[in-house]
Ligand binder design. Structure first.
Ligand SMILES: [Zn+2]
Ligand SMILES: [Zn+2]
Length: 150
């Protein structure tokens, strides 16, 4: 898999890319969709639907709308779900909107740390080679206690 540098594309470039993706599917880049995308693009961590709705409260976007747009984004491969805690699912942008990375989750403070240049890439490649799986996406989730909490 090709390596991408973090933050290579500008915010505007990403929005244009999203608009193109939507158009290709016969969908419009509605203000709601763009607002939700912008919140995700600005966040360093995966966000739950509720967290996205909270950040857009001033725009009078209700949680049902955020749910619906998130479902669409998942279906289009724009975001993917990440387990961020017990019964909590966050969403974050995936490549090419955000470089591929793995996650480390701290059981004490709940922090989600991104891990780039992950050594698991090799193992996934070997798995596809040896078991014949065509792996198009993977994400490793590592649980434990972070440096600050230890
Ligand atoms: Zn911690
Ligand atoms: Zn992440």
């Amino acid at each position: 898999m090709a390596k991408q540098s973090a933050g290579a594309a500008s915010g505007e470039g990403l929005e244009a890319l999203l608009a193109r993706r939507l158009r290709e599917k016969g969908l419009r880049a509605t203000p709601d969709r763009m607002r939700i995308f912008r919140v995700l693009a600005r966040s360093a961590e995966p966000l739950t639907v509720r967290a996205v709705a909270d950040r857009l409260r001033d725009d009078h976007l209700n949680i049902t709308t955020v749910y619906r747009v998130m479902e669409l984004f998942v279906a289009l491969g724009i975001v993917h779900p990440v387990i961020v805690g017990h019964e909590a699912v966050g969403y974050e942008l995936m490549a090419p909107f955000r470089p591929h990375h793995e996650h480390f989750l701290c059981a004490k403070c709940g922090r989600v740390v991104d891990i780039y240049d992950c050594p698991f890439e090799e193992a996934v490649a070997a798995l596809s080679r040896d078991a014949g799986y065509e792996v198009t996406f993977h994400q490793m989730e590592m649980h434990g206690v972070c440096q600050a909490c230890r």
